[in-house]
Design a protein around this ligand. Sequence first.
Ligand code: CA
Ligand code: CA
Ligand code: CA
Length: 813
Amino acid sequence: FPITNVAATASSENIGDMGPGQTVDGSGLNADDQHSVEPTDMWLSSSLPTAPQPTWIQFEFDDVYDLYEMWVWNSNQLLEPVIGFGAQDVTLEHSLDGENWTSLGEFQIPRAPGVPNNAHDATFDLSGISAGFVRLTVNSGWGGILDQFGLAEVRFFFVPVAASDPAPAVRDLGVPLDVTLDWRSGRGAVRHEVYLSKDEAAVVDGTALVDTVDTTYYQPGTLEYGQIYYWKVNEVNDAADVPVREGEVWEFSTVENFIVEDFENYSAENPIWETWIDGLGFGAAGTPGFNPGNGTGSAVGDDTQPSFTEETIVNSGAQSMPLFYDNNKAGAANYSETERTFDQTQDWTTGGVSQVSLWFRGQAASVGSFVEAPAGTFTMTGSGTDIWDVGTAGDYGDEFHFAYKTLTGQGSIVARVESVDNTDPWAKAGVMIRESLAPGSAHAFACVTPENGVASQGRIDTASTSFNTAEGGITAPHWVKLERSIAGVFTVSHSTNGTSWVPVSGSNPTNIQMGSSVYIGLAVTSHNAGATCQAVFSNVATTGNVSGQWVNQDIGIANNDPEQLYMALEDSAGRVGVVNHPDGPASSQTGDWTLWAVDLAEFADQGVNLSGIKKIMLGLGDRANPVAGGSGTMYFDDIAVGNPVQSETLGLNLLANGGLEDGVADPWSTYGGVTAEVVTQLVGAAVPEDPIEGSSCLHLNVTGVGANFWDVGLQHQGHVFEAGKKYTLSVFMKAKEGTLDINLKPELAADPWTGFGAEVVTITDQWAEYSITTPVMTADVDPAAITLHIGFAAAEFWVDAARWYEGDYVAAN
Ligand SMILES: [Ca+2]
Ligand SMILES: [Ca+2]
Ligand SMILES: [Ca+2]
């Protein structure tokens, strides 16, 4: 093992950049360790008569090493055979501290030939010597005329005596609690002092000694979830000059939690509702294994899916638990709960755990409304994908808000559509007669749109394709009329004034068979599931046998009524603790997967014995004081117990949208001749493929190569590099073809654009991760940017999974 970080000093040096440092910096050496003939690749002492004699050169290591060998390349200038600057007779000395020296004796170094590519001229055996310093005093040179001597290069080798090759690797993440710490022993070590602590200082200063072992592994046995640990191993060899070799401080973080339930193991053969008991239970009364259910308004599972679980809306893996709740269900308690009883009681006190966490997702609240004010004027809002063929062929339905009464037999409805918001050119507001309130119901519809005029539309058969005849050039306010004949024929007409009516141009009366009793009323769709469309109606009038008061509801739009989400734990003694989600009833209307972490202390405070957990319950409503409420569907995934956050500081990505998963480039920006576009497929790659991480990455097309490679760039701005910290940039890149140079440069984002560890990397047509680690910042760098100079060549490439984090490189997950 060569010693790096050697510092050299000498009694004197010649002018012309021929200092002692040239002997320890690899200068002049080629890949085969052969030295050049360049004078500036070598050390030469001063020729002045005043230069101190004897001439010496001294080497200082960054630590005390157990030395093995010393190689010497003698002075090797072209004139060496003539002049003879090379050292001939030398005295070698070594020292631990640079003050007390021990002589190794006198040696001779062969003369170098003065030709290019000269291999080392001498090898000295230094085994058995522990030293922090080595000094070489020149007693005579090969020239014999001048007291001016030189060397081309030296190299020291050492016997590794400190512990090395730690496992887990330095900065490893997610290390299991039962990990065995492992290392490679230093040479000659007879025992090993293991230091381990969450407190880095206690390891550094040596107060965290946990054991002294004669093996090269150690099993801590007492680690905690979600913690960063620091450790080192001091190697002990009582017979050595330096009996204790201090180890480097290493670090790793432990796995954050253990999974209680990920819902991946349920199937048609092992139905989820036989483990997660709901209000329906399972089996048949009177037969073995029958479970009558828990008497609440819940229904777990989805028997339309092969696994009887949810397979599309999942937080992780391939399955989650759907839970339908109905807190107004006849014959059931007015809350909805599912419960799992553990086969064996769970001890949730080991491993330093503090939280139980759960991923859940609900469905958004309805945005539909229907208000009459002033009398005779109705303002409606609605969302929905469309009143049209939403869904899959054979199972089409509509999504809209509907206000209706009941019509029996023939009749008609008229309205003046005063306005309809342009949430889409095909947003729709109008009058409808509908067989049922199911999304795929047969219906007839006369509507006004923002940009496509007035239309006669409908669906003749349940769940089948819709029909449309539109007449353009018409906008609200406008009148529409829909008539149903005794034979079930529907006719649409429209009017500018409510008195003279004409058919929608090109439309025909259409026979749509429905039962005698149907729904008749007003319909609004935003034609945009993310938008709310408002429409205003006046002069609403019906004929025929129309009965009932106005009722309004969403049709075909999945919404949740507000209900309180709760988690409950029961211990083996039957003590129950309940914790409500802090969002209150709105917790059921969270439309995105949401992590909910509950302090276990909240259950302990209610008397639950955390070391004997028997049952976990998830529910909606108030299980202590049930009151009639609403309905909806919730999804649950990944119940875990641990410490979810602590280890995130190790390798925590500081880059927003580093993986381009936002679907837009922002906050990435470019300058110079390049276009950047977020893509989900690597079109143009040798083989079309997906991004390396997630579902999107950034495609860059460099077209305007300038005079300098830094004239074109990709940047992530708005950073501050904090004093005392170093950072690492890791980024995956792939060229469309061949290779491409990229300069990674974390920098001051202002003149003079100081770089912190700039480095040109060469990317290939295969995804690979490239990284650069900055030096420790000596002062805050603000404003700072992570910049990629990409102006080396006109080419296309992709960027993904970029990370910027404190410290040294951490492998991507
Ligand atoms: Ca050299
Ligand atoms: Ca799952
Ligand atoms: Ca990505």
